[in-house]
Design a protein. Structure first.
Lengths: 102, 503
C-alpha cells in the first residue's frame, strides 16, 4: 500500500506550486487558479489523513466536503469580481489595476 | 459523547436563528416592496437585529449549567461568545441604518441581506469550537465581504477594492486552511478541545517543529483577518475603495469576530503548559503576537501620519488598533493575568466597534453630501454642522484614548494586563504609540474646528436616520467611557472565566 507520506508530499508539492503561482502570476484569473490548487492540496491532505489516521471517524471527509463547497462559492464570487474589473478596465492584470494608492 | 437534545441545543445558536429569519424577511420585502419604499428594509433589518440581541441577552444568556459544547461539539455556548455575538448584531444593525442614504446602497435589498449573512458567519466563529466550524465561519464572514467591497460595480475604485480583498483574502485563508489540515492530521480530531487533549497526552510523540509550522500558518490567516502588519497590505486600499458603510462594517465586525476566534482557538488548542519535546508551545505563539503587536502599532501609526484621505487614515489607525489589541493577546502568557487580559481584549473590541462605526458614519454622511473624502475638505465642519464635528471629535478622541470617551479605559485595561504579566516594556511601547496616534487624530480635529474653507456657509443636512445613528452611538461611546465601564468590564471578565470553565 502507498504510505501516507507520499500523499502528503503530493499535497505539499501542489500547495507550493499554488503559492508560487499566487506570488508570480500577474493575471487575476491565473491567481484564482493557483488559489484553487492550494485548496486542492488541503483536500488531498485531509483525505489522506482521514484514511490513515482515523478511518473510523468521518470528520475528515466532512471537512473535505465543506472545503469543496466553500471553494466553489469563492470561485464564483471571485470570477464575478474579476469580470466587473474587466468591464471597467479592459484588463485583468493586477499591476494595471492600481487607482487606489496613498 | 452525550446524547443529542434538540431543544437544549437551540439557545447556543439563537443569534444565528434570528439572523436567518431576518435575512428571509429582508429577501421577501425586497421582492414585494416598490423601489421607492425599499429604504424601510434598513429599519426592519436593524430592528430585527436589535430585537434578536435583546432576546438573546434576556432569555438565553449562558449560565453555569448551560455553558458547554453543543451541536456535536461544533459550537460552544458561553459568555465570551455572547459578548462578541451581541457586538456583531449591533454593528450590523448600525451598518444597515448607515447605508440608508448612501447612493447605490440604500435602495438595494440585497445589500442588507449580504450584511446579514456576513454577520451570521461572525456569530458562528464567535462560538466555534471545531476546525470545520472555524473554517466555515471564517469563509461565511469573508465571502459576503468580498461582494460588499465591490458593491458599486460600475465604480472602478470599488471593483478594485473588491478584487484586492478577494485575492489577498482567499490566499490567506488557503494558507490558514493548510495549517488546519495539518493540525487535523497530527491529532485525527477536529474539535478544538479534543485536539488539545490529544496534543497533551503521551500518545502524541512528534517533533514540535511540524506543530509550530501549522501554528505559523494559522497565525498568518488570523493576521490577515484582523489586519495586523505584516499581513495588512489589503487594508488601506480596501478601506478606501469600498463603499463607506461597508468599510465601517468590515473594520469592526470581521475584526471583532476574528479576535474572538483567535482567543478561543489559541487558548484552547495550545494552552499553557503544553510542552512538545521540551518546546513550550504557548511561549511561541505569545511571542509571535508580541512581534505582530509591535510591528502593527508602529507601522500603522507612522504611516497614518502621512495620509490625506480620511478613510485611508482610519485604515492605518485600524491597523494600529489591531496592534494594541494584540498586546492583550501577548499578555496571555502569565496564567494569573489571563482572565484580565481576555476581558481587556473583549472590552477593547466592544468600545472599538462603536467608536469606529461612529467615525465612519460621519465620513459616510460627509462624503455623501460633499463627494469628498480628503481631510483638508473637512475644514470648517464645526461651522457647517457643529453636531457632526462634535460627533467626529468624540470618535477620534476615543480612538486616541482620551477620557471621557471609551477608548481611554480600553487602552488602560490592555496596558494594565501587559504590566500584570511582566511586559512593562510592551505597555510603555503602546503608550508611546498612542501619543504618536494622538497627533494625527488631533490634526483632523484641528482641521474641523480651526481651518477655514470657502464652503463654510453651506450646512450639511443630517437626515433623521442619521440623527438616530450618530446620537445613539455617541452616547454609547461616552457611556462606555464613564458609568458603563464597570458593568461591561465585569461582563467581559465573566466571559473570560467562562472560557476556561469546564468543558
Amino acid at each position: 500500500m502507498v504510505p501516507l507520506w507520499m500523499y502528503l508530499l503530493v499535497g505539499a508539492g501542489l500547495f507550493c506550486i499554488g503559492v508560487y503561482g499566487v506570488l508570480a502570476r500577474r493575471n487575476a484569473v491565473a491567481i484564482l487558479m493557483s488559489i484553487e490548487l492550494m485548496l486542492t492540496a488541503v483536500n488531498i491532505n485531509l483525505v489522506a489523513f482521514w484514511r490513515y489516521v482515523t478511518p473510523q471517524n468521518m470528520s475528515g471527509q466532512a471537512f473535505t466536503a465543506f472545503v469543496f463547497v466553500v471553494a466553489a462559492a469563492e470561485a464564483a464570487v471571485g470570477l464575478a469580481i474579476i469580470i466587473s474589473i474587466y468591464r471597467n478596465r479592459r484588463s485583468v492584470i493586477v499591476e494595471e489595476v492600481n487607482v487606489l494608492r496613498g | 459523547m452525550e446524547s443529542f437534545n434538540f431543544l437544549q441545543s437551540l439557545p447556543a445558536i439563537v443569534p444565528e436563528i434570528g439572523l436567518t429569519i431576518t435575512a428571509i424577511i429582508v429577501l421577501f420585502l425586497d421582492l414585494r416592496l416598490p423601489e421607492s419604499q425599499r429604504k424601510s428594509i434598513a429599519w426592519v433589518s436593524a430592528l430585527c437585529l436589535l430585537a434578536t440581541a435583546a432576546l438573546y441577552l434576556i432569555f438565553w444568556s449562558p449560565t453555569a449549567e448551560t455553558t458547554g459544547l453543543y451541536w456535536g461539539g461544533m459550537v460552544r455556548h458561553d459568555t465570551l461568545a455572547q459578548i462578541f455575538k451581541t457586538m456583531i448584531l449591533i454593528a450590523a444593525a448600525i451598518t444597515s441604518l448607515m447605508a440608508i442614504d448612501v447612493r447605490g446602497l440604500g435602495r438595494k435589498g440585497e445589500f442588507y441581506l449580504i450584511v446579514l449573512v456576513s454577520s451570521l458567519g461572525g456569530c458562528l466563529i464567535s462560538g466555534a469550537a471545531d476546525l470545520i466550524m472555524v473554517f466555515l465561519g471564517l469563509e461565511t464572514v469573508t465571502i459576503p465581504l468580498y461582494i460588499l467591497a465591490s458593491f458599486h460595480r460600475n465604480d472602478g475604485r470599488s471593483a478594485e477594492a473588491g478584487m484586492k480583498y478577494f485575492l489577498f483574502g482567499s490566499f490567506a485563508s488557503a494558507i490558514m486552511l493548510y495549517g488546519l489540515s495539518l493540525l487535523y492530521g497530527f491529532t485525527g480530531q477536529t474539535n478544538l478541545y479534543e485536539i488539545a487533549r490529544y496534543l497533551a497526552s503521551p500518545e502524541f510523540s512528534s517533533n514540535a517543529l511540524p506543530v509550530i509550522g501549522a501554528l505559523v500558518m494559522i497565525v498568518a490567516g488570523f493576521g490577515f483577518k484582523i489586519s495586523a502588519a505584516p499581513f495588512h497590505f489589503w487594508t488601506p486600499d480596501v478601506y478606501e475603495g469600498a463603499p463607506t458603510p461597508v468599510t465601517a462594517y468590515l473594520s469592526v465586525a470581521s475584526k471583532a469576530a476574528s479576535f474572538a476566534l483567535l482567543i478561543r482557538f489559541f487558548s484552547a488548542v495550545f494552552p499553557e503548559g503544553l510542552v512538545l519535546n521540551g518546546v513550550e508551545i504557548q511561549n511561541f505563539w505569545v511571542q509571535l503576537a508580541t512581534a505582530l503587536a509591535v510591528i502593527s502599532m508602529t507601522l500603522g501609526n507612522v504611516v497614518a501620519l502621512a495620509q490625506r484621505n480620511i478613510k485611508r487614515l482610519l485604515a492605518y489607525s485600524s491597523i494600529a488598533q489591531a496592534g494594541y489589541t494584540l498586546i492583550g493577546v501577548a499578555a496571555l502568557q502569565v496564567s494569573a493575568s489571563q482572565e484580565h487580559a481576555i476581558a481587556a481584549i473583549a472590552f477593547y473590541m466592544f468600545m472599538y466597534t462603536f467608536t469606529n462605526l461612529l467615525a465612519f458614519a460621519v465620513v459616510a454622511l460627509f462624503s455623501e453630501a460633499t463627494g469628498s473624502e480628503t481631510i483638508s475638505d473637512l475644514a470648517g465642519l464645526s461651522r457647517r454642522s457643529p453636531w457632526l464635528a462634535l460627533t467626529m471629535t468624540i470618535a477620534l478622541l476615543s480612538l486616541g484614548g482620551v477620557p471621557p470617551a471609551a477608548g481611554f479605559f480600553g487602552k488602560f485595561f490592555l496596558f494594565q494586563a501587559a504590566v500584570n504579566s511582566g511586559l512593562v516594556w510592551l505597555a510603555l511601547f503602546g503608550v508611546l504609540n498612542s501619543i504618536v496616534a494622538l497627533y494625527y487624530y488631533l490634526t483632523v480635529i484641528k482641521v474641523m474646528y480651526v481651518d477655514h474653507s470657502p464652503d463654510e456657509d453651506k450646512p450639511i443636512p443630517v437626515s433623521r436616520t442619521y440623527v438616530w445613528v450618530l446620537g445613539a452611538t455617541s452616547i454609547i461611546v461616552i457611556v462606555l467611557g464613564s458609568v458603563g465601564v464597570q458593568p461591561i468590564f465585569d461582563w467581559a471578565l465573566r466571559g473570560a472565566q467562562a472560557l476556561f470553565g469546564t468543558v
